[in-house]
Write a protein that binds this ligand. Structure first.
Ligand code: IPE
Ligand code: IPE
Ligand code: MG
Length: 233
C-alpha cells in the first residue's frame, strides 16, 4: 500500500462511522445466499478496522444491525447475530494485537441474552486496550438512542439542553466523517444527533468488496474539505 504523506494523515478524521451496506447484493450477484454476503462483509470489516487503526482514527463506529433490520427474515437476523457472537468470541487476539477496545451502542436489552453477554464480555476483555475504539452499533437507531437519552435526563430531573442530551447518548462523541458503501445516499437512522456536522461520503462499492485503498482515499477526500460549522469562510 502507498505510504501516506504525514501532513495529510494529520488531517484525517478522528471519529468515523461506516454504514456497511451491500452485503445482500454482493451475494445475489454471485448466486449465493445473503448469509455469504454477511460472512464476506465481516472479513471486510476486519481489514477496514486494521486500516483505520493504522490511519490514526481514534473511534470507528460500525453500523452492524439497525433497529429496522428486525424486519428481515428470521433466518437472516439469526445468522447475523450468530456471526457477531462467533467473531467476538474468536477474535480476542485480533483486538489484543491491534490494541483495540470494543464498545457497543444501541438497545442491548432487546438482543438475545447469549449475544448480550458476549458483547459485555468483549467490552470487559478489551477495556484496558488503549488504541482505537471500535464501536459496534447493534440494534442501534439514532431516534431510539435520542429517545432513551431524553428519558434518562427526564428521570434524573436535569434540565433538557442540547449538551445534556448529547452527554446522555450511547455515544457522546461528535462524528467527523460518515462513509456509506453500497450506493444508497441516506443515513438510515445512523448517528443522527452526533452527525449534525459530519462530512458525508457515499460510494457504490458493495461492502464485501471495500478495500483499504478505497478507505484511505475517502479519508484523503475528507482531509481536503473545508469544514465551516456555520461560520463565514
Ligand atoms: C448491510 O448489507 C448489512 C446489514 C444491514 C446487516 P445489506 O444486507 O443491507 O445488503 P443489501 O443492501 O441488501 O445489498
Ligand atoms: C443500514 O443498511 C443498516 C446497516 C448497514 C446495519 P440497510 O440496508 O438496513 O438500510 P436501508 O434499508 O437501505 O435504508
Ligand atoms: Mg442494505
Amino acid at each position: 500500500m502507498e505510504k501516506q504523506n504525514p501532513e495529510l494523515k494529520d488531517r484525517f478524521p478522528k471519529s468515523v462511522g461506516i454504514i456497511m451496506d451491500g452485503n445482500g447484493r454482493w451475494a445475489k450477484k454471485r448466486n449465493l445466499p445473503r448469509s455469504a454476503g454477511h460472512s464476506e462483509g465481516l472479513t471486510a470489516a476486519k481489514r477496514i478496522v486494521r486500516a483505520a487503526s493504522d490511519a490514526g482514527v481514534e473511534c470507528l463506529t460500525l453500523y452492524t444491525f439497525s433497529t429496522e433490520n428486525w424486519k428481515r427474515a428470521q433466518d437472516e437476523v439469526g445468522f447475523l447475530f450468530a456471526l457477531v457472537k462467533k467473531h467476538l468470541r474468536g477474535e480476542y487476539d485480533f483486538y489484543k494485537e491491534n490494541n483495540i477496545r470494543i464498545r457497543h451502542i444501541g438497545d442491548l436489552s432487546a438482543l438475545p441474552t447469549d449475544l448480550q453477554s458476549e458483547i459485555q464480555e468483549a467490552e470487559k476483555d478489551t477495556d484496558s486496550f488503549t488504541g482505537m475504539t471500535v464501536v459496534l452499533a447493534i440494534n442501534y437507531g439514532g431516534r431510539n438512542e435520542i429517545c432513551r437519552a431524553t428519558k434518562k435526563l427526564v428521570a434524573s430531573g436535569l434540565e433538557i439542553t442540547e449538551e445534556g442530551i448529547f452527554k446522555a447518548l450511547d455515544l457522546p462523541r461528535e462524528i467527523d466523517f460518515i462513509i456509506r458503501t453500497g450506493g444508497e445516499k441516506r443515513l438510515s437512522n445512523f448517528l443522527l444527533y452526533q452527525a449534525a456536522y459530519a462530512e458525508l461520503f457515499f460510494c457504490d462499492t458493495l461492502w464485501p468488496d471495500y478495500s483499504e485503498e478505497e478507505f484511505l482515499n475517502s479519508l484523503s477526500d475528507f482531509a481536503s474539505r473545508n469544514r465551516r460549522f456555520g461560520d463565514a469562510q
